[in-house]
Write a protein of this length. Structure first.
Lengths: 414, 280
């Protein structure tokens, strides 16, 4: 039965070995499930969040995976609207990674809210002046779009293809995919931005507060920019990891190089904007509020090295690597550049979430540190495990890389 | 959120924000509805096989999508963009009207091509799914599988063909050759109604009478083209049967063994037969 579900001509490991691979992830998922059950049953007191740290590990996770999942909408936009057809080779994987990231983020948010049965309040009693309302609406809609984009990939499963009508529905959905790509780009633009805007409008948190254009602070634009910089890199890294784990060539090398270069171009422009934003923040915004930037970098945990790391090691360095045409053709450089870019965007979300809340804002305040509880780590582990399991199942039973069969044949394996 | 909800106000913020949100939702849902309605229309018009073929063709490797005019030497390299429906190809029609392209080049190419181990008989026309069609004097057509596919599968454990009276649509998988757990789904090269069932002698499967009296044969390869095509298919097959790290040896001449599945039991025959039969 297992064999009958695997696409013809695709070489996949045996079922026992595949189950063995899933086992540790299933254990992590079980830890996540247990933690989530405890939190739903007993409430959020199992976490180490409090009135000061209302945002913790889960929000960092949400922001990071939503930024990394931006590859789904951005590559859809590039393929269907900008007609860069070379990215079709990784589009299916981008959709699944996007689906994993967004569904994982929504599950985490549901746990974080602590009252999942009242989740519908966000829709029914929407506060249209809140950035979070916009985020809630857009993320939910975009998850629906990702689900619709996932369906044709599932319908192409070898077994499902034999079901009358499955191919016909897949064909017709695929013909309209340009609409979903457009809607996905529109929704993502706004919710990626609003996630940044959410910090930028915090008037009482000068570390995060930014001025901007109209109702949108600069963080609105910087979050979009950094997400579309990291998205292609993340898809490139995932593809390389899958190639490494399965020891198979799944896409042409030039596609990976182009993903890397695309990231490099976007990251270099982002880092210019980020430096300009930081300078304005230090020179204009903070003095206007009676603060000195140095005050925010005086703790043991958040020194000036944070800013240095963000701008140079996770900004300038990967941008320099990925902008270089020769370097992006060499896998080690591509991996280094891609990893630093992805880690950089996650680090940026970490800083915005945690340092914003750690730094004192009143004269009697002091730096505070938060460390997540076992249950918080459990939920994170569960979300990561869910992602790996869903991706592994998709890789085994669906045709994620359209060129795989051809590449396997031309490389001489059977 | 809605005008009925107590927080709702008829102000710009609510109208713009919720207006955009509902528009997006309406676009997404109406697109899904349109796709579903189109799918139902296609099902009603019995376009399943056309769509399945369209999808299979798109997934085929470029080596398998070679234009027939590459086989006759008109082009050095050309990939078919018409799903092998040569009647829909303007270039093919122009070449056919002009007598089939550059005669000298074509003849030189065909003469230079070494004889395929299984030389196709001139009386037959060939479908890329390794089936052939042979016209009979009574207006019917015999359909069978070619020697390359027969050599691969050897002696099938089971041959399933459509019964007499079955109406077949061109391009649909209608027959099945089974050996062990592996199946070769055989596509019918032309449309028609089955008037007789063959005994698999010489690969013969069934006899068809075209539904409107005349079969559409323009997409099928002539024996001269099929000779070059078959040789390329053999090369692809040999590449698939070569183990990683082994050098590919293509010897001229020789004969195919009768039972390649028996000779190469470890090969991925499921995939190889799918490739030969143009299945996804």
């Amino acid at each position: 039965m297992d064999r009958q579900l695997i696409q013809r001509g695709l070489d996949r490991t045996t079922l026992p070995r595949f189950l063995l691979w899933l086992l540790p992830w299933l254990l992590l998922a079980a830890w996540g499930g247990t933690s989530a059950t405890q939190l739903f049953r007993d409430g959020l007191y199992h976490t180490n969040m409090d009135n000061r740290f209302a945002f913790g590990l889960w929000i960092i996770l949400d922001l990071a995976i939503i930024a990394l999942g931006a590859g789904a909408f951005f590559l859809g936009f590039m393929t269907y609207l900008m007609r860069r057809h070379e990215f079709k080779q990784v589009l299916n994987t981008a959709v699944i990674v996007g689906f994993v990231c967004y569904s994982g983020a929504i599950v985490t948010l549901a746990i974080d809210v602590g009252q999942p049965v009242r989740a519908w309040f966000a829709f029914w009693h929407a506060n249209v002046h809140s950035m979070l309302t916009e985020v809630t609406f857009c993320i939910t809609c975009y998850l629906l779009v990702l689900l619709i984009e996932y369906i044709p990939i599932v319908l192409k499963n070898r077994r499902l293809r034999t079901v009358p009508g499955a191919t016909v529905l897949e064909f017709n959905l695929h013909k309209l995919m340009v609409v979903f790509a457009g809607v996905g780009a529109f929704l993502s633009f706004f919710h990626q931005g609003s996630l940044g805007g959410m910090f930028g409008v915090l008037n009482g948190r000068p570390f995060a507060y930014r001025e901007g254009v109209g109702i949108w602070p600069t963080t609105f634009f910087l979050f979009i920019w950094s997400a579309i910089s990291a998205g292609p890199s993340f898809i490139m890294l995932i593809t390389m990891i899958v190639q490494g784990v399965t020891r198979k060539k799944l896409v042409d090398d030039f596609v990976l190089s182009r993903l890397g270069r695309l990231s490099g171009i976007l990251l270099s422009t982002y880092i210019i904007a980020k430096v300009a934003d930081t300078v304005v923040w230090i020179m204009v915004t903070l003095p206007g509020k009676g603060f000195d930037a140095a005050e925010f970098y005086r703790s043991d945990m958040f020194g000036a090295w944070v800013l240095f790391l963000e701008l140079t090691v996770f900004g300038l360095l990967p941008a320099t690597i990925l902008l270089n045409r020769r370097r992006v053709e060499k896998m080690p450089w591509l991996i280094a550049g891609g990893f630093l870019t992805c880690f950089g965007v996650a680090f940026n979300r970490f800083v915005f979430t945690l340092q914003t809340l750690s730094v004192p804002t009143m004269s009697f305040d002091r730096f505070m540190i938060y460390w997540p509880s076992q249950q918080e780590w459990g939920v994170l582990a569960g979300v990561v495990a869910y992602g790996v399991i869903l991706y592994s199942l998709s890789f085994r039973y669906l045709n994620l890389f359209p060129r795989e069969r051809e590449l396997q044949t031309t490389t001489g394996s059977n | 959120m809605l005008p009925t909800a107590y927080e709702f106000h008829w102000d710009t913020g609510h109208i713009v924000f919720l207006g955009i949100f509902y528009t997006v939702l309406a676009v997404v849902l109406s697109t899904v509805v349109v796709a579903s309605l189109r799918a139902r229309r296609d099902m009603n018009k019995r376009r399943e096989s056309d769509i399945a073929w369209h999808e299979s063709f798109a997934e085929m490797s470029t080596e398998r999508r070679t234009c027939r005019h590459e086989f006759d030497g008109t082009f050095d390299a050309k990939v078919c963009g018409h799903e092998f429906a040569c009647g829909n190809c303007e270039q093919h029609r122009a070449l056919a009207a002009a007598g089939g392209g550059d005669e000298t080049t074509r003849e030189a190419t065909l003469a230079a091509a070494p004889a395929a181990p299984a030389t196709p008989p001139d009386s037959r026309l060939y479908h890329r799914g390794h089936t052939w069609v042979e016209a009979r004097t009574d207006g019917t057509y015999d359909v069978g599988v070619d020697d390359l596919l027969r050599s691969c599968i050897g002696n099938p454990d089971r041959v399933t063909v459509p019964g007499v009276g079955t109406r077949l649509m061109a391009g649909t998988a209608v027959a099945d050759l089974q050996r062990g757990h592996v199946h070769a789904h055989i596509t019918t090269p032309i449309a028609g109604t089955v008037v007789a069932v063959g005994d698999y002698e010489g690969g013969r499967l069934y006899r068809l009478r075209p539904n409107d009296g005349k079969a559409r044969l323009d997409q099928l390869l002539r024996a001269t083209e099929a000779r070059v095509w078959m040789l390329r298919e053999l090369e692809l097959l040999q590449a698939r049967l070569t183990r990683p790290g082994e050098a590919l040896a293509l010897a001229d001449g020789g004969e195919l063994v009768d039972d390649l599945m028996g000779a190469y039991p470890d090969a991925d025959w499921d995939a190889i037969l799918a490739d030969l039969c143009l299945e996804p």
